[in-house]
Design a protein around this ligand. Structure first.
Ligand code: FES
Ligand code: FE2
Length: 457
């Protein structure tokens, strides 16, 4: 699907006045254009290194509506392929995760290898039943290899990919939003990286539009009213008390990039230690020790200590407790598949990992007490917007309109108080830019090409 005309886009998103047409959440033609204009050009989160630790491990992931295989070959390269056989499109790998020497299609048996000791180019076709008798020399095995994603980057354990070979580098894409993502991915002692994904990945489908989820995590403190019931029960990290005590946070948005957080300004002092695991002495001792290490390790380097955010278009994260990554995969205009990954310090004692896992399950995911509130909001907001009459009425995003102020020290960032829809306005303005078919020099003025930052570890 091609781009949507500028004139049509103006009728759909009016970021300056804070209105957005419901059509962008329910219309099939707009959804089809999103797959091409947004998802086929964006850096998308595809997994975590810890999901494919050994050679020939794989993890079946998704990019937009396309199924992909994330794998590590024998040479240690991390690769992403379209998970669709080149012969007749069969989903090549139907396991969620595993280890495979080659990928053999269940339909007619074509097989593909990723290892450079067998093929020149990872993904090449290596096995074809009835090859000699049936094809002679007509079948060019190199031509019929798997489609391979040209840009793959590892960032502090997380793996990102982009199908557009002209795309800007991942670090340019991320900009200073990096500081907020870092806090989710760094070790709690302040050292870089060091987190791992625990347990399995939670996956579930919800009847809603992907943007409603993205805009919720981009900085919507306003909806806290819908979590009032969970705020009254004792589901806190240590098993008692309120869910993680929140210090005041601000909507901080990255106007040129489309990302945003509900977070704190970067500051240089670590807040005082607050015990949360009184009933688990071993866990409490760990966090106390880690707190002291962080104060030592970071000194007066700036740090953020709490944020929930969305990286355009569909990667959201909680950086503190719970510490999780949520990917909202588009399935149709009115359906998404949500994937939640949970992070812990890789070298933490098992008791600490278990306590974190228990808290995460109480809080997030399809059975989590906080997430289920939001699942209802998202489902009914879209379900009641599909009708002919509902579609005539725009959504309102006017909270704190005109109140954004620059954030010193963060390139392109603005803050607009705690209760604000500035980040949502930023998100939809960015979405409109992609949907109108802007090219990279318009979308990312001044950024470098992808190859200039190959691996950001
Ligand atoms: S569809 Fe894969 S071998 Fe035919
Ligand atoms: Fe929520």
């Amino acid at each position: 699907m091609g781009a949507i005309s500028e004139q049509e886009i103006r009728g759909l998103v009016d970021a300056a006045n804070g209105t957005v047409s419901r059509d962008i959440f329910v219309n099939q033609a707009i959804f089809d254009a999103e797959l091409e204009q947004v998802f086929a050009r964006s850096w998308l989160f595809v997994g975590h290194e810890g999901l494919i630790p050994k050679p020939e491990d794989f993890f079946a992931s998704r990019m937009g509506k396309d199924p992909v295989i994330l794998t590590r070959n024998k040479q240690g390269e991390i690769l992403v392929f379209l998970n669709s056989c080149t012969h007749r499109g069969m989903k090549l790998c139907r396991y969620d995760q595993g280890n495979a020497r080659a990928f053999t299609c269940p339909y007619h048996g074509w097989s593909f290898s990723t290892n450079r000791d067998i093929v020149d180019e990872p993904g090449e076709l290596v096995g074809v039943p009835h090859f000699e008798a049936g094809y002679g020399d007509r079948l060019d095995r190199k031509r019929w290899g798997l489609a391979r994603c040209p840009n793959v980057v590892v960032y502090k354990g997380t793996i990102w990919a982009n199908w557009d070979s002209e795309a800007p580098s991942f670090l340019d894409w991320l900009g200073d939003m990096r500081h907020y993502l870092d806090f989710a991915l760094d070790h709690r002692d302040g050292s870089s990286g060091g987190s791992e994904v625990i347990g399995g990945v939670q996956k579930w489908r919800v009847k809603t539009n992907w943007k409603i989820v993205a805009e919720n995590f981009i900085g919507d403190m306003y909806h806290d009213i819908s979590h009032r019931s969970v705020d009254t029960v004792g589901i806190g990290p240590g098993g008692t008390g309120r869910r993680d005590a929140q210090r005041p946070r601000l909507a901080i948005g990255f106007s040129d990039l489309g990302h945003g957080v509900l977070g704190e300004m970067p500051h240089s002092a670590e807040p005082d230690y607050a015990p949360t695991f009184a009933s688990h002495p071993e866990v409490e001792a760990y966090y106390r020790k880690i707190y002291d290490a962080k104060v030592r390790n970071l000194g007066d380097q700036p740090r953020v200590t709490n944020s929930v955010g969305t990286i355009f278009p569909n990667m959201s994260f909680h950086s503190r407790q719970p510490r999780t990554i949520l990917i909202t995969h588009p399935i149709s205009p009115t359906e998404v598949e949500l994937w939640r990954f949970y992070l812990v310090d890789a070298n933490a004692p098992q008791a600490v990992k278990d306590a974190a896992r228990h808290y995460y399950l109480r809080y997030s995911g399809p059975g989590g007490m906080t997430e289920t509130d939001d699942l209802e909001n998202w489902t009914y907001a879209i379900g009641s917007s599909e009708g002919a009459i509902a579609r005539r009425h725009d959504f309102n995003y006017q909270l704190a309109l005109g109140q954004a102020k620059p954030v010193p020290g963060l390139q392109g960032a603005v803050q607009s108080g705690t209760y604000s829809e500035e980040n949502q306005r930023i998100f939809y303005r960015r979405w409109a830019q992609f949907m109108s078919g802007m090219n990279w020099s318009e979308l990312m003025p001044g950024s470098d090409a992808t190859e200039e930052v190959a691996h950001a570890r």
